[in-house]
Each structure stands twice: as structure tokens, then as C-alpha cells.
Design a binder for this molecule. Structure first.
Ligand SMILES: *[C@@H]1O[C@H](CO)[C@@H](O)[C@H](O)[C@H]1NC(C)=O
Ligand SMILES: *[C@@H]1O[C@H](CO)[C@@H](O)[C@H](O)[C@H]1NC(C)=O
Ligand SMILES: *[C@@H]1O[C@H](CO)[C@@H](O)[C@H](O)[C@H]1NC(C)=O
Ligand SMILES: *[C@@H]1O[C@H](CO)[C@@H](O)[C@H](O)[C@H]1NC(C)=O
Ligand SMILES: *[C@@H]1O[C@H](CO)[C@@H](O)[C@H](O)[C@H]1NC(C)=O
Ligand SMILES: *[C@@H]1O[C@H](CO)[C@@H](O)[C@H](O)[C@H]1NC(C)=O
Ligand SMILES: *[C@@H]1O[C@H](CO)[C@@H](O)[C@H](O)[C@H]1NC(C)=O
Ligand SMILES: *[C@@H]1O[C@H](CO)[C@@H](O)[C@H](O)[C@H]1NC(C)=O
Ligand SMILES: *[C@@H]1O[C@H](CO)[C@@H](O)[C@H](O)[C@H]1NC(C)=O
Ligand SMILES: *[C@@H]1O[C@H](CO)[C@@H](O)[C@H](O)[C@H]1NC(C)=O
Ligand SMILES: *[C@@H]1O[C@H](CO)[C@@H](O)[C@H](O)[C@H]1NC(C)=O
Ligand SMILES: *[C@@H]1O[C@H](CO)[C@@H](O)[C@H](O)[C@H]1NC(C)=O
Ligand SMILES: [Cu+2]
Length: 588
């Protein structure tokens, strides 16, 4: 049953999509029975399914775009709203950013800044709930405001600015006026001196980020730079942002969030990784987008809590021509049949629909298993294999825009030489503590928690080599604030023999560890280019080159040692909330 569905999704396209999804859902009993529990557990899986939703009946929304290039302050608020996320679904309660309660949307408005022009963004908290509507776990380290309420603090992911504008997790504030210990200001100053790219802003409050982001507190932020852009990139209506996420719904339209913990005697409500059974793009479940037979530029974000996406296109002649990553343009485009995005990864991608027949459709599908990468994707609930539809329509009234071009080179290859006898070298082991049943209690980096003393203290201007070593069976997206970094190499090792103390990992240089099952490999397509979030694959060492300067190797136009400091963490929001997150201080 499941595998035939998978074949259907991946190989046969969607000609009979509506009938088949409904039919398939009915066969599987893929619908909630009439009664519903208010709470459900994260173990045991598959106990709650969204109601049956017909795919591709809602048009892809492109959220309001706000240009913040003129130096005046933009004021956004965080509000509680309801929004229809699918035509077959009752409006969903959400938290959302916007310039007013009436205009707040999920995802929030797309903010557009110009390189080297400072943006000033103030964020007010207008959420007067007494607590998050998805259940907070009060036993993990969380904000815990003395007068209740929903604390927020906003981080601009991938941005480079002083840490008092960074949205430090302990710098939260509530509508009632309580403030976390590292609160600096609701006003954020973003100098935008980094290269042109796609960033995103989202809530980062300690211990509840998985909840506030799943509830809707995120939006895109584009830094434009006309002098960096190759000429004739698809633009205007041919440049489309795509925020891809997953959610499960109760029959009444509200978000279904498992809140009976995986190890309830330790953490009654915390679950290790939220996975929904429907896919949303720009806040609609399985939307369609009308496209002309032309080139399109898609600015993609994986905004999921814990789901990786490996995107494919139903017409095998089409490719994802990836021109940019987290940190902006790649040196040369990648020509990909599948595009893998970890949570928080961005991709700048051209798809050329020029030769696709008007009146036909192309489907963007997902083949990533969850957990990623080594479980069986055939176990996915069928809905997560489908992302969105592109309907090819004729451009009326004027000739098609054929002058859009795919560039052959966008920027120069960065220099990343290093010397392990001189540069600081750090090893990080990712592991978890488990209860008697083997269920995770905390996911940790070098056994340390968020509140343990800072150990990562790079000096301004220095290069540090970090080895990210993953002993866990699944991949973790590792995010470092303030800088972009490059992957030097990836190298698989045998975690079983290492854990049994039968061999060693590289403690002498270079790479002399005896646990490695291969030599250092060039970073593959999921790991190339400037990153702020990198996939740490299981049983693999990912060696990254970090330089504590601006992207060009010069000084930051701000004091990186001022303020509450930065951090680095797993971008599985459910992991960062439960201690896979560490402080980071930049020394002068
Ligand atoms: C969803 O709505 C569409 C359009 O209104 C309708 O055709 C379809 O039957 C509905 N699907 C379900 C499962 O109710
Ligand atoms: C939230 O609080 C503000 C200010 O006290 C009030 O104006 C508003 O009506 C409240 N909103 C709700 C939904 O209760
Ligand atoms: C923050 O912005 C507000 C609104 O513009 C302004 O009144 C206030 O002085 C600013 N605060 C700081 C610390 O800059
Ligand atoms: C922005 O500033 C950087 C560093 O000073 C400079 O290299 C770059 O050319 C500038 N870019 C634009 C678009 O002004
Ligand atoms: C991508 O690769 C395919 C297969 O090799 C090739 O046919 C196509 O021309 C390439 N596209 C671009 C834009 O390089
Ligand atoms: C796939 O696209 C090619 C053009 O690139 C077109 O000729 C072909 O008919 C398409 N296939 C399907 C199944 O639509
Ligand atoms: C479209 O078809 C023309 C004519 O067959 C061919 O020359 C061109 O390479 C095709 N373009 C793409 C993007 O497939
Ligand atoms: C791309 O390559 C051309 C030809 O070598 C060169 O003139 C141009 O400067 C390069 N563009 C970039 C952005 O590196
Ligand atoms: C590359 O880096 C090395 C060492 O950091 C430095 O000596 C060299 O000048 C750099 N080259 C360029 C082209 O920046
Ligand atoms: C973490 O703690 C466990 C149990 O105390 C220990 O076996 C392991 O070596 C520690 N790992 C690191 C990287 O310190
Ligand atoms: C790890 O090493 C052990 C002992 O040599 C071997 O049996 C096992 O197959 C290896 N595992 C992997 C994944 O290579
Ligand atoms: C990249 O490398 C990882 C780790 O070896 C592997 O699991 C993954 O499949 C590779 N992805 C691609 C696209 O090559
Ligand atoms: Cu993680």
C-alpha cells in the first residue's frame, strides 16, 4: 500500500491526484475518527492524522513584501491570529508577525533590504495569551516569565550584526512587560553589509522556539545587491519565495502537536522532533502556482521544525539549477535532479519551464525520509511526499520573457586555507542522554547544556577549524550565528567501533584517526557554498572552516564583542529547545 503510493507520488505524476488522495486516505483510514484527544504522544507514531485535504486547490500565496531600504524604522508586532491554511480546513489559530493585527500573516511579511543600507526593525509583542496554545514543557530550560504570557525574541537567521540585535534566547519579553535576563532592546539594527542572500526572521525564545515557530512566527528577509547579481536573473513575477514546512491538523483546523513526552517521567511534554503529515508552502497546504513557460527563480527556505526535504520535479527533463545557498551566490551553478534542504537551509534555484506544454502541470515532490537520512521513505505518511503543483499557463498580452538567463559563474571561489598547527581546532561530539527505555532526555553537544559556561570563544579575525562529529543515528542541521562558514571535507567513520573504544578519531593531524572508514571527501552538493547551517550527517565528521571576520575577511562594522553574545545550535527546533544549543562569545 504505502510503497505503491510512493511510486505514484514519485513516478506517475498527479493526473488523478484528487481522486487518488481521497481514495488512498479512505483506504488507510487516514482521517481522524470523530472523537479527538486534546493531547497525544510522540512515541508510537501515526496516532493522529490530519483530516482529508484535497491537494492543489489553493493558490500559492506570496506574502506582502516590505522594502526597508530608506533608513526609517519598521515596526512589526507579533499577534495572535487565525488564517485559513487550506480550503477544506477551518481557520487555524496562529501567532504571526505583521505591521498590525489586521495585516499580520503566517508567514510574516517578506522584508527586503539593500546591501550596505542599515535596517531598523522594532518588534512589539501583542500576544496576550496566558501561555502558548501548544503546550510548553516546564521541565526543560525555558523563559518562564514571572507573570505568565507568551515571551518572544526575534532572531534574523544568517544575519551579521551586533549581538544585542541578534535575538538572544534569554533576551525575551512578554506583552505584560516581563523581560529575560539578556534583554537588550526591541529595536534591532541590521547593517546588511553581508553579500546578497535570503535570510529569515523567527522567534528564538529559550525552550519554546519549536512552539512559537510552528505556531507561525517566521518570515523571509532578502538582502539585495544590484552589483552582485548576475544580469538577467528571473525577476519580478518570475522570482518567487517558497517557505516549505510541515504540519498536522486536528479536524477543527488547529495545529496538532504531540505533547505527551517521549520520556514523560523526565519531561512530561517534550518530544524530540515535530513531524507533520501535510506540507505547506507559504502557509497553504499543497498549493498550486500558475507559471508561464519561462525561467523562474525560487528563493526557498526549509522552515520546518525537524523535517528535511529532498525535493524532486515530476518531469525528469527539468532540473534545479541552484545558484545560491545560505550565504548567497555559489561560484557556479549546480545542476541537480534533487535538492536537499535541512531545516533553516535556503536555496536560490532556477527552474526553466520553457519547453513545458501549456495546460500541463509539473509537481514538486519530496523523497526525504524522516528521521533523515537513513530511515525508509516508504514509511512517510503519503501526504509529505507531495509539496506543490506548477500549472503551466500561457502569458497573455505580450511575448514570453525569453531574456532571463542562467548564469555560468556568479562569484569567485573563496580562499579557505588553514593550518592546524596554528589555527584553533575544536572537536564537537553530538550525542544524547537516554532514559532506561532508550528514549532521549537531552540532545547535547560535547555533553554541555545551554546554561553551562561558554567554551566557544573565537578571537575576532581568527580562523578556527571545527570538526562536527555525529554519533546519533540521524542528521542534525548545525547553525552558527554571526558568520558564514565553508565545509572543508566530509569523512565517514565507524561509530560502533569508536564507541567500543576500538579506534580513534582525528586527534593528531591530519586525519590520522583509525575509526575513519574513508579518506576525507570533497563536500557533496548538500554541503558546498557559504553556509550558516550545515548538515551534520550520522557517523560522519564534517570539518568546517570558520573565520571570525566579515565575509571578505575584513572587520565587522560593529563591535562583535558587545552585548549578550552569540550562540550556535542544532536547528531541529525541538533539539535546540532541549539543550542542543551553546553560547558563543567573540573575543577582541
Ligand atoms: C475540498 O474542497 C474542494 C473544493 O471546495 C472540494 O472539491 C473537495 O471535495 C473538498 N475535499 C474534501 C476532502 O472535503
Ligand atoms: C490584548 O491586550 C491589549 C492591550 O491590553 C488589548 O487592547 C487587546 O484587546 C487584547 N487582545 C485580546 C485578543 O485579548
Ligand atoms: C527604539 O525605537 C523606539 C521607537 O522608534 C524609540 O522610541 C526608542 O527610543 C528606541 N530605543 C532605543 C534603545 O533605541
Ligand atoms: C558593500 O560594502 C562592501 C564592504 O565595504 C563592499 O565590498 C561592497 O562592494 C558594497 N556593496 C554594495 C552593493 O554597496
Ligand atoms: C543540466 O544537466 C542536464 C543533464 O546533464 C543537461 O541536459 C542540461 O542541459 C543541464 N542544464 C544546465 C542549465 O546546465
Ligand atoms: C517533460 O518536459 C518536456 C520538455 O522539457 C516535454 O517535452 C515532455 O512532454 C514533458 N513530459 C511530461 C510527462 O509532461
Ligand atoms: C527547449 O527546446 C529547444 C528546442 O528543442 C531546445 O533547443 C532547448 O535546449 C530546450 N530548452 C530547455 C531548457 O530544455
Ligand atoms: C564570470 O566569468 C567571466 C568570464 O571569465 C568574467 O568576465 C566575469 O567577471 C565572471 N563573473 C563573476 C561574477 O565572477
Ligand atoms: C588565502 O589565505 C592565505 C592564508 O590565510 C593567505 O596567505 C593568502 O594571501 C590568501 N589568498 C587570497 C587570494 O586571499
Ligand atoms: C559524554 O558523557 C558520557 C557519559 O558520561 C561519556 O561517556 C562521553 O565520553 C562524554 N562525551 C564527551 C564528548 O565528552
Ligand atoms: C564497523 O566496524 C565493525 C568492526 O570492524 C564492522 O563489523 C562494522 O560493519 C563496521 N560498520 C560500518 C558501518 O562500517
Ligand atoms: C552527501 O553526503 C552524505 C554523507 O555521506 C550522504 O548521506 C548524502 O547522501 C550525500 N548527498 C548527496 C546529494 O550526495
Ligand atoms: Cu539536533
Amino acid at each position: 500500500m504505502v510503497s505503491s503510493c510512493r511510486i505514484w507520488f514519485c513516478d506517475l505524476g498527479f493526473d488523478l491526484a484528487h481522486t487518488k488522495i481521497v481514495l488512498f486516505a479512505a483506504i488507510l483510514g487516514w482521517q481522524l475518527s470523530s472523537g479527538r484527544a486534546d493531547h497525544y504522544q510522540c512515541t508510537g507514531g501515526g496516532t493522529v492524522y490530519s483530516p482529508i485535504l484535497t491537494p492543489f486547490i489553493d493558490e500559492l500565496p506570496t506574502s506582502q513584501s516590505i522594502k526597508i531600504q530608506n533608513g526609517s524604522q519598521l515596526v512589526l508586532g507579533a499577534y495572535k491570529i487565525t488564517q485559513v491554511l487550506h480550503s477544506n480546513l477551518t481557520a487555524t489559530t496562529l501567532y504571526a508577525y505583521g505591521t498590525s493585527e489586521a495585516t499580520a500573516t503566517y508567514p510574516g511579511p517578506t522584508l527586503e533590504a539593500l546591501r550596505n543600507t542599515t535596517s531598523y526593525v522594532r518588534i512589539e509583542n501583542y500576544i496576550n495569551d496566558t501561555e502558548t496554545f501548544l503546550m510548553t514543557d516546564r521541565t526543560i530550560g525555558w523563559a518562564d516569565p514571572p507573570n505568565g504570557g507568551v515571551p518572544i525574541v526575534t532572531h534574523l537567521h544568517g544575519g551579521q550584526f551586533q549581538s544585542d540585535s541578534d535575538g538572544h534566547p534569554d533576551g525575551w519579553y512578554t506583552a505584560a512587560g516581563d523581560y529575560g535576563p539578556t534583554f537588550s532592546s526591541k529595536n534591532h539594527t541590521y547593517p546588511n553589509t553581508q553579500p546578497a542572500t535570503l535570510l529569515f526572521y523567527h522567534d528564538h525564545t529559550v525552550g519554546i522556539t519549536r512552539i512559537t515557530v510552528l505556531s507561525g512566527l517566521l518570515g523571509l528577509y532578502i538582502i539585495r545587491s544590484p552589483t552582485e547579481e548576475p544580469s538577467n536573473l528571473p525577476s519580478g513575477d518570475n522570482e518567487i519565495p517558497l517557505v516549505i514546512q510541515d504540519k498536522t491538523f486536528w479536524e477543527n483546523g488547529s495545529i496538532a502537536f504531540p505533547d505527551i513526552g517521549v520520556s514523560p517521567s523526565n519531561h512530561p511534554n517534550w518530544c524530540p522532533g515535530y513531524l507533520g503529515d501535510t506540507i505547506l508552502v507559504n502557509g497553504k497546504v499543497w498549493p498550486y502556482l500558475k507559471v508561464y513557460p519561462e525561467k523562474y527563480r525560487f528563493r526557498m527556505l526549509n522552515g520546518a521544525n525537524a523535517r528535511f526535504f529532498t525535493l524532486t520535479l515530476s518531469n525528469a527533463t527539468l532540473r534545479f539549477i541552484q545558484i545560491g545557498t545560505d550565504g548567497g551566490f555559489l561560484p557556479n551553478p549546480l545542476n541537480l535532479t534533487e535538492l536537499t534542504l535541512a531545516p533553516a537551509n535556503r536555496a536560490d534555484v532556477i527552474i526553466d519551464f520553457t519547453n513545458i506544454t501549456v495546460g500541463t502541470s509539473v509537481y514538486m515532490n519530496n523523497s526525504a525520509p524522516a528521521p533523515f537520512p537513513d530511515t525508509n521513505a516508504a514509511l512517510n505518511p503519503p501526504g509529505v511526499n507531495s509539496v506543490m503543483e506548477f500549472r503551466i499557463v500561457a502569458r497573455k498580452g505580450r511575448r514570453s520573457r525569453n531574456n532571463y538567463a542562467i548564469p555560468s559563474n556568479m562569484t569567485t571561489t573563496p580562499n579557505f586555507t588553514y593550518d592546524l598547527t596554528k589555527d584553533v581546532y575544536r572537536q564537537f561530539m553530538f550525542d544524547q542522554t537516554v532514559d532506561a527505555d532508550g528514549n532521549p532526555i537531552h540532545i547535547l553537544m560535547n555533553n554541555a547544556t545551554w546554561t553551562d559556561p561558554v567554551t566557544e570563544t573565537p578571537t575576532l579575525g581568527s580562523v578556527e577549524i571545527w570538526d562536527l562529529i555525529n554519533f546519533l543515528p540521524d542528521a542534525h542541521p548545525i547553525h552558527i550565528h554571526l558568520i558564514n562558514f565553508l565545509v572543508v571535507h566530509q569523512q565517514a567513520f565507524n561509530a560502533t567501533t569508536y564507541t567500543a573504544n576500538e579506534c580513534s578519531l582525528a586527534v593528531e593531524y591530519p586525519d590520522s584517526g583509525t575509526c575513519f572508514s574513508e579518506g576525507p571527501q570533497e563536500p557533496n552538493s548538500t554541503l558546498v557554498g557559504w553556509k550558516d547551517t550545515v548538515i551534520s550527517y550520522p557517523s560522519t565528521v564534517i570539518r568546517i572552516w570558520t573565520r571570525w571576520t566579515n565575509r571578505e575577511g575584513g572587520s565587522f562594522p560593529f563591535n562583535a564583542s558587545e552585548g549578550p553574545g552569540y550562540l550556535w545550535h542544532c536547528h531541529f527546533l525541538d533539539h535546540e529547545d532541549n539543550d542542543m544549543m551553546r553560547p558563543l562569545i567573540v573575543l577582541q
